[in-house]
Design a binder for this molecule. Structure first.
Ligand code: WTA
Length: 635
């Protein structure tokens, strides 16, 4: 019996029980039967969850791109690996076969090597959603360079801090990118970012928009002429199972970016296995995930997971509302998409428009539709189910994180009965537990608690780049010996999980994780600002929006408030990115603080939500009178 694919509920329980009783045998079997290795492992897993040391497939040797590309060539050389759908529907789509992908990745890998990149070097990739982005990622993996993809919506200073944190030697970018009716000048953002970076030696530039760019001599090189000269084959680097594959930054509770480090073999096995099962992938399917490759969803479920399974994966450059609100549905119709994976914020924004935008197109090819990034509310779930899935394509509400590498809790289509707003059951190999405030495991059903995972899984992050101590403290110390997700969850009467949201200082806005600390740091840099506190509040489309409580310095008191608000948002935009802008800014004379000086965010959160009913215990506050003032000034 193969464990690679779960076909019905009975089999799910069988596989699940096996994966708990004998996790080593379970994962060994999957790794053994479904991948190409230079050399197999000596031991399946070794771990110490107290110290946050985890290793999978010890001493195995592998290259993930051989598994994504080379091994498919004999059978699937002429099959389409990537469909590129440009921002502008008038521009022709590209179909890139596995043979062509092989050539392009090899050429790019050779260029990287020629330009001095070696195994272990860090390469920052700052590109729009064009095929070169996937090719650059794979070319790094081919030669063992560690890719750090930075979402091309981040500002120059956010790029600077990410490049410096991991000491990137190279940046791969483009002249610009198309987004709806806008052009984003990516190269000039990189020029600005690099003014404060010492480690970058070379910048490779893809031509996409034709925008005029400055090329710095000795540093900046147009990529295409180099590719034209490069050879279309390349001997892949032999990687150890635990050699780093990539770094991907995510928000944390301090201003410093948190570079999650993923390694090679475990990530490969986990992203492939989860893709196959969660999307019920079959050979001739056309799979489309609308995320950006700059986020983990794009890494695992646009690039690696689909290609590892020899699938056809769509890369979409545009946005859901351009040139009109039918764009997503038009693309599904045009490319006969069978699996569609998007975010609740996109669903909510499209559900506000007339449903005729959807009904105009033929969506009958769809088999499975998915959701990721934040809780999906009941209304959006039903709209998605009725209008997109037509009540026949199951919705997979997939819960996971940058840190988990792949999907952890999700229905399996045609296997797990779905329930609106529930991520339902853990995947085989995943052992979720709910913890109470006293740090005890909560047994039984119909309970709520902090969501932890008590046994390692192959796809989990291994560390934070350059700061293992922080990795241990953030994820393995709150509940010693367990991985703490930062999310709260409930378990219903049949054992289904529903994720209720973050229990820490991260707010999810339009599916993007935003740590409140880095935003506060940015605001506090404004010369008129003395102190600030950011919380989230519910928003119809974005899920959450940001509400800022700001104390001005004396020197700022006399300033025009509307102008100040604008300046503060511009400052946030240039320090982090437009996604982190505040929807509401309230100037206050003080913030509720405990005697130890900590801001009581719980109170601010309730005020921002407009819930003045029960503030809980305020007796520990240093300045209880401030609460009234803030309530009165609520926006
Ligand atoms: C949230 C995205 C509810 C959660 C893959 C998690 C979700 C954070 C869901 C990770 C879901 C993700 N239901 N909440 N289906 N999926 N989340 O690192 O709070 O960008 O901790 O990874 O998103 O966000 P990240």
């Amino acid at each position: 019996m193969s464990y690679y694919q779960v076909k019905n509920l009975e089999q799910y329980f069988k596989h699940y029980n096996k994966s708990i009783r004998e996790p080593r045998k379970f994962w060994e079997r999957i790794a053994d039967e479904n991948f190409t290795w230079y050399q197999k492992w000596d031991k399946v897993v070794e771990f110490d969850m107290q110290e946050a040391n985890i290793k999978w497939f010890l001493n195995a040797k592998v290259n993930i791109t051989k598994n994504c590309i080379d091994r498919h060539l004999a059978k699937r050389g002429d099959k389409t690996a990537i469909i590129f759908e440009p921002n502008n529907p008038a521009e022709e789509a590209q179909h890139i076969t596995y043979n062509e992908l092989y050539d392009r990745v090899c050429k790019m890998a050779n260029v990287l090597r020629d330009q001095g990149i070696k195994k272990g070097d860090r390469v920052c990739i700052y590109l729009p959603m064009i095929p070169e982005l996937a090719v650059a990622v794979l070319a790094c993996a081919r030669i063992g360079a560690i890719h750090s993809v930075v979402f091309a919506g981040f500002s120059a200073s956010a790029v600077t801090s990410r490049i410096n944190d991991s000491g990137c030697k190279m940046v791969i970018t483009s002249d610009g990118g198309f987004r709806g009716n806008k052009t984003i000048e990516l190269k000039s953002i990189i020029d600005e970012a690099l003014q404060k970076c010492e480690t970058v030696e070379k910048v490779l530039v893809v031509k996409r928009t034709g925008s005029e760019v400055k090329m710095k001599e000795g540093r900046d090189i147009w990529l295409q002429p180099l590719l034209d000269e490069a050879m279309a084959n390349n001997v892949a680097e032999i990687m150890d199972a635990e050699d780093p594959l990539f770094i991907l930054y995510t928000s944390g509770s301090t201003g410093k970016p948190k570079g999650m480090l993923h390694t090679t073999a475990g990530y490969m096995v986990y992203s492939a296995y989860t893709f196959k099962n969660i999307f019920a992938y079959e050979e001739n399917d056309v799979y489309w995930c609308t995320a950006d490759i700059g986020w983990i969803t794009g890494h695992s479920y646009i690039v690696y997971g689909p290609l590892l399974n020899g699938a056809t994966t769509v890369i979409f450059e545009g946005i859901p509302s351009y040139p009109d609100f039918g764009r997503f549905w038009e693309v599904i119709d045009k490319h006969k998409v069978t699996q569609f994976y998007t975010a609740p914020t996109a669903i909510r924004s499209l559900a506000k428009e007339n449903w005729e935008w959807v009904d105009k197109y033929d969506l009958s090819t769809l088999k499975v539709i998915g959701s990721v990034g934040e809780p999906i509310n009941e209304e959006a779930w039903h709209w998605y189910n009725d209008h997109v899935g037509k009540k026949k394509s199951p919705i997979v509400d997939t819960w996971w994180q940058t840190e988990t590498g792949g999907i952890m809790i999700s229905p399996l289509p045609f296997v797990t009965p779905t329930k609106p707003t529930y991520a339902t059951l853990p995947l085989p190999g995943v052992q979720p537990v709910l913890m109470d405030e006293k740090r005890n495991e909560i047994e039984g059903n119909q309970v709520v608690g902090s969501l932890c995972i008590k046994f390692p899984w192959p796809g989990m992050a291994r560390s934070i780049w350059g700061d293992h101590q922080r990795f241990k403290e953030t994820y393995f110390s709150t509940f010693p010996g367990k991985y703490f997700t930062g999310d709260g969850a409930l378990r219903d009467e049949v054992g289904y999980y529903r994720i209720t949201g973050r229990v820490d200082d991260v707010v999810i806005v339009s599916g993007h994780n935003l740590g409140t600390a880095p935003i506060e740091d940015a605001i506090n840099e404004h010369p008129a600002v003395a102190e600030s506190a950011i919380v989230g509040f519910p928003h119809d489309v974005k899920g959450n929006a940001l509400y800022g409580f700001i104390i001005l310095k004396e020197s700022g008191e006399g300033r025009d408030r509307e102008n100040l608000k604008k300046e503060i948002n511009e400052h946030i935009s240039s320090h982090i990115g437009p996604i982190a802008k505040l929807d509401k800014i309230q100037f206050v004379s003080g913030l509720p603080k405990t005697r130890s000086g900590k801001i009581m965010r719980r109170i601010l959160r309730k005020i921002a939500e407009g819930d003045f009913s029960n503030f809980g215990d305020t007796t520990t506050l240093l300045n209880p009178e401030i609460v009234e003032e803030i309530k009165e000034g609520k926006l």
